[in-house]
Design a protein around this ligand. Structure first.
Ligand code: ADP
Ligand code: MG
Length: 458
């Protein structure tokens, strides 16, 4: 096997001779080798801004050097640190002299269970209002799998710690009870595996049996983001049987989703019912104090000295999701390392964040979508975000919600806040309703398309 760290070190020594020292230190030194995927060397960087700069200025020279040192490597790809585990799951082996050995997916077996991210432990999970029940339940399950809370179902909007908790359960079991076989999969990879099994089972008769064996031989099965199973009947069927087997054998099942079991549209009733047999807990957006504590914990992990002032500034500017808040912190850390001046004051933090704000910003925002929708239906904006339940208001309201989820990259919880503090599940409901209607009802289809045009051409 090629030692990826040693290999990257060789690349770096060459790069340091080709790139100006200061640029090398700022841009190249901090790149981390991740793995090989489809013949590409994957490197990770901390922020989207640095990723972009490196791609523009240095990717060519990095690729040249990497390929000159090992011609079997086809290309170099930059990813964000946050995407690391996604890529690790897809990695292929690189055997020196032979090049890439692309693993014969699917699955070797669950023999040794899954790998868990080191930084996602219970120690690094900050307890606070909004997540304390989920944390306590996750700990209970890690200490005593298959006992009280089975299945454990954790739901929240995106970026609030579900995946972190699943990894924490895994890490804790690995440490305290290494014999317990724990399998973690995203529902995406579960689905892909299953599709592959179905596709290839005619040529390989054992495949079906191995798939069943893999999932049914574990002591704990964690499936992340189960909402993606919605609408996929074949997968639900397979999962249903796996679930029953595990459950009957008192094996622990932990699931996460972006909404509660009862709001999982298009999921078979029998699955939804089963999901609620155990314990269902939600995570809500943490309060200011917890957010600051999280920032401090993340900064400490990065060995970055985060002042109270800057922590408060970041926490105030984060409105809906911890992952995005971490992104802001990373930008500050990056800015400090770039300029060599630690960012300690609110003013500097502001400067750091404006310079690094991603240009992804749309030319319109939720307010524009709402005002355009109001104009179209001739109602007031107070009505559309208000409590009225009459049909002539509810329909435009759902349309506006649908458009915002479609056209803007905005967390459901924030959309709920705009619409008079509605729960994110209400937002999901509206979105799903209209997205169905668009397919089946011509009138809705035309209205949606009209409104999109109006918003885009304001
Ligand atoms: P989800 O799976 O719900 O989308 P993640 O588990 O990926 O969210 O969390 C997003 C980021 O926020 C991760 O980096 C995670 O470590 C961090 N995070 C969320 N909640 C907490 C917490 N209470 N303490 C520390 N970090 C947290
Ligand atoms: Mg997640």
């Amino acid at each position: 096997m090629l030692d990826i760290d040693a290999f990257w070190n060789d690349c770096k020594s060459l790069l340091s001779t080709k790139i100006q020292t200061i640029s090398y230190e700022v841009w190249i030194e901090k790149l981390e080798p991740v793995c090989f995927v489809n013949g590409s060397l994957i490197l990770s960087t901390l922020s989207a801004a640095s990723k972009k700069t490196i791609e523009q200025r240095y990717l060519d020279i990095i690729s040249d050097i990497v390929k000159s040192l090992n011609p079997a490597i086809r290309s170099v790809e930059l990813i964000l640190e946050s995407q690391r585990d996604h890529y690790l799951k897809k990695q292929d082996s690189f055997i020196e002299d032979e090049g890439f050995i692309v693993k014969d997916k699917p699955f070797s077996s669950a023999q040794n269970g899954s790998a868990f991210l080191e930084k996602y432990t219970f120690d690094y999970f900050v307890q606070g209002k909004g997540n304390e029940f989920a944390l306590a339940a996750a700990k209970a399950v890690a200490e005593n799998p298959g006992a009280k809370y089975n299945p454990l179902f954790i739901y929240s909007a995106v970026g609030l710690g579900k995946t972190h908790l699943l990894h924490a359960i895994g890490n804790s079991l690995k440490k305290n009870s290494p014999r317990t076989k724990v399998l973690y999969v995203t529902s995406e990879s579960f689905i892909n595996e299953l599709i592959d099994v179905i596709r290839r089972s005619s040529e390989d008769k054992d495949l079906n049996a191995r798939f069943r064996e893999k999932y049914r031989s574990v002591d704990m099965l964690m499936i992340d983001d189960i909402q993606f199973l919605a609408g996929k009947e074949g997968t639900q069927e397979a999962f249903f049987h796996t679930f029953n087997d595990l459950y009957q054998n008192n094996k622990q099942i932990v699931l996460t989703a972006d909404c509660s079991p009862k709001d999982l549209q298009k999921l078979e009733e029998r699955l939804r019912t089963r999901f609620s047999w155990g314990l269902t807990v939600d995570i809500s957006y943490p309060d200011m104090e917890t957010r600051i504590a999280i920032l401090k914990s993340k900064a400490a992990q990065e060995k970055f000295n985060l002042s109270n002032e800057v922590a408060t500034f970041i926490a105030e500017n984060s409105t809906s999701n911890i992952r995005d808040m971490e992104g802001l912190l990373n930008k500050i850390i990056f800015f400090s390392s770039l300029t060599g001046h630690p960012v300690t004051s609110r003013e500097l933090a502001k400067e750091a964040l404006t310079d690094f704000i991603e240009e992804k910003k749309e030319s319109f925002d939720a307010a524009d979508v709402i005002s355009t929708t109001c104009k179209y239906f001739n109602i007031s904006s107070a009505e559309i975000v208000g409590k009225k339940k009459t049909k002539n208001i509810v329909y435009p309201r759902m349309i506006a919600i649908y458009l915002i989820t479609e056209m803007l990259d905005m967390p459901l919880v924030s959309i709920g806040e705009i619409f008079g503090g509605r729960d994110h599940t209400t937002i999901i409901h509206a979105r799903n309703k209209i997205s169905e209607d668009v397919k089946t009802d011509t009138r809705t289809k035309i209205i949606v398309s009209d409104l999109k045009n109006m918003i885009l051409n304001r």
